[in-house]
Design a binder for this molecule. Sequence first.
Ligand SMILES: O=C(O)CCC(=O)C(=O)O
Ligand SMILES: [Fe+2]
Length: 213
Amino acid sequence: MPWLFDLAPPDPAANLLPCDGIVNDYGPLFAPPEADAHLAALLAHTPWRHDEVVIHGRRITTARQVAWVGDAAFAYTYSGVTRTATPWSATLLAIKRQVEAAIAPISPIVFNSCLLNLYRDGSQGMAWHSDDEKELGPETVIASLSFGAARTFAFRHKRSGEKRKMLLQHGQLIVMRGATQSHWQHALMKSARVHAPRVNLTFRTFRTFGAAG
Ligand SMILES: O=C(O)CCC(=O)C(=O)O
Ligand SMILES: [Fe+2]
């Protein structure tokens, strides 16, 4: 697969997908010392728990750990299991606001939730999927911020099978938007060479279909 970028500082207005969606790379949002501090705080203070998914009718506990945070106690169902959001920590809220400020010129948005993923090492990854739950709406904007070990993130077109991959590094911010979730899957690839943890935050706008409003 071709690499999405090399060493040049990214142009956040550039689209890293060739068609049917938009992925923007903002490069590092934090200098290394600040990114180190965020990684340490997120590792220590997040209520991490192993995720569960239902595959072929069987409930499986994943190696990767997750946390689901939101403005309200949103119930989010993906892979057949429902999770209830817990409140923002001060650190995570500050990070959310920095992400929103960084992307505002291109993607003005206020996120109301965040899915946090912890991969202890390269033996843990995330399988091919799209974030296309109805609660996220069509053309949803998802900001993905990574801390810790650099890991390969890949996209695969649902019809053509065309692939793109990129290395997500400590402090790096990308945005997936437009038709990306309708036409592409993405995955966090496993790697035997990675022995350090990685934390990924995906900021999302979660729509509720309750009676209120
Ligand atoms: O860890 C990552 O970079 C990807 C996470 C992801 O795709 C998700 O949470 O839906
Ligand atoms: Fe995803």
